[in-house]
Design a protein around this ligand. Structure first.
Ligand code: TXA
Ligand code: MG
Length: 315
């Protein structure tokens, strides 16, 4: 079992020794190691059983800390950074030689973000290297939004979990890149809605989140975020309602017993639904059913990212 606590000094001494620490962010908990140490980064891939072709996001506390890590920041990126950092947005920027190839899986672009969580920002501020941190879940499973989620799944593999409470956003960062000076391409839907991003993009906002391996966003594998029970998006077609569960946006399914149903937001709030999504996917495994019928949420704002995760969870 890992220790759970708020001791920054303990986290620092582990990280300085190339060991791993789980860190809270506003999106999900990360599994962090020294991004400039290949030894630490290898441990991250091992602990998650993550394929090496799926690169990692680097976390820093301040834009000044990107100096030396990225070769340049396009003007469009600067405007976006100004508006959305710290926050649930990750930028793909050209990397320097200082960033180990193992971080980017060989890509010339490195993914970077400033997370919005006071404990992790304080930690990053005290370290003299950035942290590489994928979501702190075994590869393919649901991302953790509490320290206990991390403990449940990776507790045997890491020593320390910095406890920052429940993640405020609950869904991973939106990932964007800059194919030209003015255009922006979205590689992963996430905590910043497209509508909000659009206002800060002069050129075209393109969305390219389809699964592609070994190309621009190798991590966007189709099957992801999967609970153990079978999740089907759609109406149940057998009438044996005692044996099935439901994952719903804001209202109960009329036929299925209520104790076998999970509602993402009784108020019909997409923000609340995002916040509850991953914990709800975990709960599906405790309902005592083998099939859960889910429904998509309204497809705008954070709803797009929620629907993306629901689709992948049901794959
Ligand atoms: O909200 C988040 O982004 C969380 C917290 C911990 O910061 N992190 C996270 O990391 O979701 P992870 O590793 O679970 O997902 C990162 C995604 C993957 O799909 C990966 O393929 C993509 O980012 N990615 C990372 N570096 C990349 C790169 N250089 N080029 C393209 N995609 C990259
Ligand atoms: Mg992940």
């Amino acid at each position: 079992m890992a220790l759970i606590g708020t001791d920054l000094e303990k986290a620092i001494s582990l990280l300085n020794a190339d060991r791993l620490v789980s860190i809270p962010t506003e999106t999900v908990y990360g599994l962090a190691g020294n991004a400039l140490s290949e030894k630490a980064v290898l441990k991250i891939y091992e602990a998650k059983e993550r394929p090496r072709f799926n690169p990692l996001i680097i976390h820093v506390s301040h834009i000044d800390r990107l100096k030396g890590l990225v070769a340049e920041i396009p003007e469009t990126a600067k405007v976006i950074i100004e508006k959305f950092w710290p926050g649930p947005l990750t930028l793909l920027l050209p990397k320097t030689d200082l960033v180990p190839d193992i971080i980017t899986a060989g890509s010339p672009y490195v993914a970077v973000r400033i997370p919005k969580h006071p404990l992790t920002l304080a930690l990053l501020e005290k370290l003299d290297y950035p942290l590489a941190a994928p979501s702190a879940n075994p590869s393919g499973y649901v991302s953790p939004t509490t320290a206990q989620h991390v403990q449940d799944q990776l507790g045997e593999k890491i020593e320390y979990i910095l406890n920052g409470g429940t993640c405020e956003v609950g869904i991973e960062s939106t990932i964007i890149g800059f194919p030209s000076e003015k255009d922006v391409r979205v590689y992963r839907l996430g905590g910043i809605a497209l509508e909000d991003l659009q206002a800060y993009v002069q050129g075209e906002l393109m969305v390219n989140t389809k699964a592609v391996q070994n190309t621009d966003a190798p991590g966007m594998l189709e099957s992801h975020y999967a609970p153990t029970v079978k999740l089907i998006i759609g109406e149940p077609n057998n009438l044996n309602y005692e044996r099935i569960g439901a994952l719903r946006f804001s209202t109960y399914h009329p036929e299925i017993p209520r104790d076998k149903q999970i509602i993402l937001s009784k108020n019909g709030s997409l923000k609340e639904a995002a916040l509850n999504l991953f914990a709800s996917l975990r709960l599906l495994d405790t309902l005592g059913v083998n099939t859960v019928y889910g429904e998509y949420v309204p497809d705008y704002g954070l709803g797009k990212a929620i629907n993306d995760r629901l689709r992948r969870a049901s794959f």
